[in-house]
Design a protein around this ligand. Structure first.
Ligand code: KIV
Length: 275
């Protein structure tokens, strides 16, 4: 797609159903992002999720999405302690999680890991710009690359990831002009989120774009309003249960043959007498 200039669509999924929806929509790449820590598990930050929980979600997604390319996010702590830990956990993503590639946040610090994984045949997507796993170091969720020095550092990181063998790089929350300069400086696809429409592809967090989360970043467009639609549906059900208008006898219940019902009534009467 990159070679032919066809824009690449990428979206996150966290469970079987979100993966099925994504596949039905024809999305090209499915990311089991560590954003699931916050949007699917209710943790305060992405750093609270570990490998085992990520793998549980990866397996569910892999069962739901067969056609899209599957990428699993390497969570915080899964590779920082040593190269060996990183290699072991990336292999777990593939073997236990059913993923086809991994995404790793970081610049020059992750190059040895990227090189090693690519050497052993695990495709790696880099992730630079705003890196949520480093939100404390970056003073929160802020647009990155707003100064010349920081834009240059991001460019150096992107080029280094490309040289290390990353097949693509996700660029998050960057000024459009910086994102566009990356698109032209790199010969691998850039996947943007809060970056620029010039990127080779775009990614969004599924729960955000479906309007399931209360607060969404400025760069996210809401394509649905499930935060309203779902509670409305649940409330309607609750009210219908209370008013006994659900289930409807004609549509939501089952019947049995008349003859069987008569026999059951007799048997039941006998049972009553014995008690
Ligand atoms: O974890 C995630 O969902 C991400 C987003 C930037 C797509 O990495």
């Amino acid at each position: 797609m990159y070679m032919t200039g066809t824009p690449i669509s990428m979206l996150t999924a966290y469970d079987y159903h979100s993966a099925r929806y994504l596949e039905q929509a024809g999305i090209d790449i499915c990311l089991v992002g560590d954003s699931l820590a916050m949007v699917a598990c209710g943790y305060a930050s992405t750093n609270e999720i570990g490998m085992d929980e990520m793998l549980y979600h990866c397996r569910a997604v892999a069962r739901g999405a067969k056609t899209p390319f599957l990428i699993g996010d390497m969570p915080f702590g899964s590779h920082q302690a040593s190269l060996e830990t990183g290699v072991t956990n990336a292999i777990r993503m593939i073997r236990e999680g059913g993923m086809e590639a991994v995404k790793i946040e970081g610049g020059k610090d992750v190059l040895p890991l990227v090189t090693r994984l690519v050497d052993i045949g695990i495709p790696v997507m880099g992730h630079i710009g705003l890196m949520p796993q480093r939100q404390s170091a970056l003073s929160g969720f802020r647009v990155q690359g707003k100064t010349a020095e920081s834009a240059l550092q991001i460019t150096k990181d992107a080029l280094a990831l490309q040289e290390a063998g990353a097949f693509a790089v996700l660029i998050e929350a960057l000024p459009s002009r910086v994102a566009e300069s990356l698109v032209s400086d790199l010969r691998i696809p850039t996947i943007g989120i809060g970056a620029s429409s010039a990127c080779a592809g775009q990614v969004l967090v599924q729960t955000d774009m479906l309007g399931m989360t209360e607060k969404v970043p400025r760069f996210c467009k809401k394509y649905a309003d499930l935060a309203t639609a779902v509670p409305d549906a649940l409330r309607a059900y609750h009210e219908e249960v209370k008013s006994r208008s659900f289930p409807e006898e004609s549509t939501n219940t089952y019947d049995m043959p008349e003859e069987e019902w008569r026999r059951f009534s007799e048997l039941r009467a006998e049972l009553k007498q014995q008690r």
